[in-house]
Design a protein around this ligand. Structure first.
Ligand code: SAH
Length: 454
């Protein structure tokens, strides 16, 4: 089928390309690991490099500069980055001047180790260094080894314009950077620095720019997105302001933090039709002892009360979560508590992880990673199995519903049309069911396990 390739509507994502694309301009290949915030940061990096005269390429073999935007949240994520980096290194043999750089969350603890760990890396830039990324890349291309990992309490990248390589329909808008929670297991405050809000005028400028390019959905991003604050403005006020932008029909946000769900935010979710009935609410553990040890700031009971309040306010709310098994000192009783919260809430979807010790954190320094890999593995399997049954049941419960589907384009295999319902579930429609960026009414007829059929 002709529409096997990702559709880029003219005047949408293409409009973001730098004005002059000189075929002789130095070529950058940028690969992103990790969360949506990293994807949004990659768009920021691409925007800065594009304006400085670099040209983006999709083939690392054609690149003069390879940048890997990294994730440090678990050891496995880092291992994946290293595996990929050594694969990409082979392009050096065809191009001895090739610059390979690492950006993002692994930068901080790499700063003193590059020479020993990866001497072939000539650029390390942290999450607060992207304003001058082009200059840093220029210097690396000039032969220097460049390390800039300073975290900056104020940097929110005002006035910069990201260049996203996305579908031109659903776009990210970063509204907050960093994190102040300091959960004992988590590296984020160390890799991304302290929490700061992006000024509302900038959030609205980005949202309007997306609307003008034909985007229909925005996803507001922050590490604890609902703790958003800028001067006297809060997250509820920002949601209302974003909802007033013409052309944007759907608003999502990720990830909210359980203790920061104010009644005002719940009220806006209940009353503003553009805000999608979907919340990703990281639970981590169902045991009060573990939650306390993780320094999450809520109890199992408070989490369940919040779920109740959200479900009361927003009918048909889809709830997803993050669960982490095997944190320091977790007993079988604690684990059973997690399973019991899962059974009580019946999340529609979950990301599930085994605890991974991250050197710099409070847990790493003061607690013992004493749950064996075998027990972690067994608990994780149990959690995954239970969640799979809930996900299946949640899909089945949707069969027969008629919903508005935002059409995104052809499915990966090209034989169907991919869309999303308000609850964020992916839906496969018959081929040619609608133009990308339009809405169609569709009745859910079945499920493939990962997607709904309609
Ligand atoms: N701000 C989010 C965290 C984002 S990190 C929050 O409210 O918790 C995404 C997920 O990665 C976390 O929710 C957690 O489940 C997992 N995670 C974080 N640190 C981890 C670690 N050291 N080991 C294993 N999983 C971890």
């Amino acid at each position: 089928m002709a529409n096997l390739v990702k559709i880029r509507r003219p005047g949408t994502a293409d409009a973001q390309k730098p004005q002059t694309v000189d075929p002789d301009a130095p070529a950058v290949y940028l690969e992103t690991f990790g969360c949506q915030m990293n994807q949004a940061d990659s768009a920021l990096i691409a925007g800065q490099l594009g304006r400085a005269g670099y040209r983006a390429v999709r083939d690392p073999a054609a690149a003069d500069v390879i940048l890997i935007n990294t994730c440090a949240i678990r050891e496995k994520a880092e291992d994946r980055v290293w595996g990929r980096t050594s694969q990409l290194l082979r392009h050096r043999s065809d191009n001895p001047d090739l610059v390979i750089g690492i950006t993002g969350c692994m930068a901080e603890h790499l700063k003193d180790k590059v020479a020993a760990r990866a001497p072939y890396i000539s650029l390390v830039a942290g999450p607060d260094s992207y304003r001058s990324i082009a200059e840093l890349v220029d210097r690396a291309r000039g032969g220097a080894t460049v390390v800039d990992v300073k975290l900056d309490k104020a940097e929110v990248y005002n006035e910069l314009d990201p260049h996203a390589d996305d579908d031109g329909i659903s776009g990210f808008v970063t509204i907050q950077r960093g994190c102040d929670k300091f959960c004992t297991f988590c590296v984020v405050p160390y890799t991304r620095g302290r929490e700061r809000g992006v000024p509302p005028r900038e959030v609205l400028r980005h949202t309007r720019a997306l609307a003008e390019r034909g985007y229909k959905e925005v996803v507001l991003l922050g590490q604890t997105v609902n703790s958003y604050a800028y001067e006297d403005g809060d997250f509820a006020a920002l949601l209302r302001a974003v909802a007033a932008v013409d052309g944007i029909e759907r608003i999502r946000f990720t990830s909210p933090y359980p203790v920061d769900f104010s009644p005002r935010v719940i009220e806006v979710m209940a009353s503003e039709p553009k805000i999608c009935p979907q919340v990703h609410l990281p639970l981590q553990s169902g045991s009060d002892v573990m939650l306390e040890r993780m320094r999450r700031g809520y109890t199992r009971g408070e989490f369940l009360d919040l779920v109740g309040a959200l479900r009361n306010a927003v009918p048909n709310l889809a709830l997803s979560t993050d669960i982490m098994v095997g944190f320091c000192g977790e007993t079988d009783e604690d684990h059973q508590q997690t399973l019991s919260v899962m059974r009580e809430v019946r999340f529609d979807f979950a990301f599930m992880f085994s605890y991974s010790d991250r050197g710099i954190t409070y847990a790493s320094r003061k607690m013992t990673d004493d749950v064996t890999p075998e027990i972690k593995g067994a608990r994780l399997r149990e959690v995954i199995e239970l969640q799979e049954s809930h996900t299946r049941a949640s899909h089945e419960a949707m069969i027969g519903q008629t919903l508005d589907v935002l059409v995104l384009g052809p499915s990966k295999r090209g034989d169907k049309t991919l869309g999303r319902v308000p609850t964020f579930h992916k839906v496969l429609l018959p081929p040619g069911a609608g133009e990308p960026g339009t809405f169609v009414r569709a009745t859910i007829t079945g499920s493939t396990g990962h997607s709904l059929l309609a």
